[in-house]
Every structure is written in structure tokens, then in C-alpha cells.
Unconditional design. Structure first.
Length: 368
């Protein structure tokens, strides 16, 4: 299928750049552009695009307000925001995600050549559009210059998964959680349903830039009784605390169960990601052993699959978000299809499931 995209930005230069980047993919057609949110509303009603790219700061009607109005009118197409990597940009982007935006990409800077900017936009935007638009995941052959990793999103094989059988109930000494596309809102649903703080620490990787993760932690901290913070190097990981990996760093741990400390590292990206879910899961498994609960929420790609497999094979428990409630069933999908997930759960039940499994008896018996 050809994906029909509306590009919304008040900058003529950025509009042209985005159009050129998108049309480098033979399966994407830019059907129109708009210079502000109000024009975007009219063009969505008229043209019914498959996806929209949306700037945030625009005259007449800004991107956040436009997203909110589009969702109010019942338009469900993916909306991808263009964000600056600043405190102000992070605030606006998180507001847009709360209003119903699907994802975001970094706005191209004025540094480097036009070709470099085109490649940067294409590398970020094309795979996200392909992952988010229903029916577009089986992409045609990608043009030269677009990395193979762009073909990510939902698993390419048959999209069925059977929960893993034969796991023992075990003490849970820490919860580790990973997410990406759609993760901020999914995390919000999880945190607000943890009605009492967990008796163990929870460590979280959300694929986000550095400024964004701090603001995400602050927002999540307001949703429930659990304390949510961006993790700091050497910080004690205490029961009831939820620790978000800082953007552009890996979150690992030192110590042992009951005396864990955060270790912030700057190793190379894993699965093209830093922070990486696999890095976190493997680090905590190494320190605690199999008394772990791993959770994978919505997200593109396969980060977390290997770490979940290591936890499951060691005797820990893995829970993944189901396909129906995931923005992109990539990370949870590949984990479930690999046979590592003991439970496949809708997002509104994830918080309750985490609480129940953490509180459950350590007596050896089958987990259904």
C-alpha cells in the first residue's frame, strides 16, 4: 500500500525537507502540506491522510491543540510530532503525547548539509510511519541510504503468541520494565494503577532523549503513591521507588538484592538504543538472579527480547503488553512470539498484574 501523509509545519524550509525525506521512500506519498494547525484540521477532514507529521510551535493553532482537536473529532490516524531537544520542546512533546500524538522525532537542526538533514529526517521518520500505519509494516524494498533497521515495528511473522508455560512462582526482588513508541502514555496507565508502592524497586527504560526522561519522571511522579525519579549514578534503589533511565545513557545496577545501586554508563548503543532495555535486564539479572519480574510495553524494534529471554530461561517471569492496546506491537510482539512471555496483558491490567505477581507467595507452583 502507498502511505498518504500530510506534513504540517509553519517553516517553508522544514516542510520542503520533510517532503523530500518522505518521498525518498517509494511507498510514501505526501498528499499535501499545511502551515499551521488550523489549516491541518481542514486538510485532514478533506484528504483523510494515513498519517500526519506535526510541528509543535505554529501560529493560529499550535501542534498540541491541533492533536487534541483531531482526536476530539475522532481521527485515529498516527500523528508524529517534530520536537526540539530542549526543556521547552520536551514539555510540549509530552503534552502532545498526552493529547493523543503517536510518537515524535527530533526536528532537524541547522547544523550540517542539506543531505545530512534529509538523511537524519528519513532515518527517524520513515520507520516510525511504517510501524504506526496499519497494513504498512510489510515495506517494499528500501531505497539506498536508508538503514535496514528502518524496517522495524511489528514482527514480520504470523502475529500469534502463546504464553510461556511451566514457570514457578518466586519471590520478586525487583521489577524491570522497557518501552518505546507509545511508552509514555502506557507508563502513565501502569503507574496510576499501582495503588500502593511496590515493596521492591522498579527500574524503567523508555527510549527518549536526556531532557525528556527527566520531565517524564516528574510527570509520572504525580500520578500515584510511588516515588518516580530519573535515576542517578550511585543512587540507592529502594522499595517503592520507580527509577527512569536517563536519556542517552544505559541504566545498570551494582550491589545485590536489598542493596542495589544505580550505575549510569555510557557504553555504545545496543539494538540501536541508549538506554537499552537489554542492558538493564541483563545487568539486574546478573546481580539478583532469577527473582525478577520483567515487563515489556509498546514499542518499535526488538530491544528487550534478548534480556527477557535471559530472565525467562533463568526462571524469572516476563509480562508483555498485548497487541490490541499497543501503539506498536514490536518489542512486546517479538518477545511473546519468541516464547518468553508468561502473560500477555492489556495495558489497563499491567499495573494490577505487576502488583499481584510481586505480592504473590513464593511457594513453588505453576503460573497460569
Amino acid at each position: 500500500m502507498t502511505i498518504r501523509v500530510l506534513v504540517v509545519d509553519d517553516s517553508v524550509v522544514i516542510r520542503r525537507l520533510v517532503v523530500q525525506a518522505l518521498e525518498s521512500d517509494p511507498g510514501i506519498e505526501v498528499i499535501s502540506t499545511a502551515a499551521n494547525g488550523r489549516l491541518a484540521l481542514a486538510k485532514v477532514e478533506q484528504l483523510r491522510p494515513d498519517a500526519v507529521t506535526m510541528d509543535i510551535e505554529m501560529p493560529e493553532l499550535n501542534g498540541v491543540e491541533a492533536v487534541r482537536e483531531l482526536r476530539k473529532r475522532g481521527h485515529a490516524m498516527p500523528i508524529i510530532m517534530f520536537s526540539t531537544l530542549t526543556e521547552r520542546g520536551a514539555t510540549a512533546t509530552l503534552d502532545a503525547l498526552s493529547a493523543g500524538a503517536s510518537d515524535y522525532v527530533a526536528k532537524p537542526s541547522n547544523v550540517g548539509s542539506i543531505n545530512e538533514s534529509l538523511k537524519a529526517v528519513a532515518d527517524q521518520l520513515i520507520p516510525k510511519i511504517r510501524a504506526l500505519v496499519p497494513g504498512a509494516r510489510q515495506a517494499p524494498q528500501r531505497p539506498a541510504g536508508v538503514p535496514a533497521r528502518a524496517a522495524v515495528g511489528a514482527p514480520p511473522a504470523a502475529r500469534t503468541a502463546t504464553p510461556r508455560q511451566g514457570a514457578r512462582r518466586h519471590p520478586v526482588r525487583a521489577v524491570v520494565l522497557g518501552c518505546s513508541t507509545g511508552g509514555p502514555e502506557a507508563l502513565s496507565r501502569v503507574v496510576e494503577r499501582l495503588t500502593v508502592p511496590l515493596p521492591v524497586p522498579m527500574l524503567v527504560v523508555q527510549h527518549m532523549p536526556a531532557v525528556f526522561t527527566r520531565q517524564l519522571a516528574n510527570r509520572l511522579d504525580r500520578l500515584g503513591p510511588s516515588s518516580v525519579v530519573e535515576a542517578e549514578d550511585g543512587q540507592a534503589l529502594v522499595p517503592g521507588g520507580i527509577y527512569i533511565a536517563p536519556g542517552d545513557t544505559h541504566l545498570e545496577v551494582d550491589g545485590k538484592a536489598g542493596n542495589l545501586r544505580a550505575r549510569i554508563t555510557h557504553g555504545p548503543p545496543v539494538n540501536f538504543c541508549r538506554p537499552s532495555v537489554d542492558v538493564l535486564f541483563r545487568s539486574v539479572l546478573e546481580r539478583i538472579g532469577p527473582d525478577l519480574l520483567g515487563v515489556i510495553l509498546t514499542g518499535m524494534g526488538a530491544d528487550g527480547k534478548a534480556g527477557s529471554g535471559a530472565i525467562a530461561e533463568a526462571g524469572g517471569t516476563i509480562v508483555v503488553q498485548d497487541e490490541k492496546t499497543s501503539v506498536v506491537w514490536g518489542m512486546p510482539g517479538v518477545t511473546a512470539q519468541a516464547g518468553y512471555a508468561h502473560r500477555i496483558v492489556p495495558i489497563l491490567e499491567i499495573g494490577q498484574t505487576i502488583s499481584a505477581l510481586v505480592q504473590a507467595s513464593a511457594a513453588p507452583q505453576e503460573v497460569n
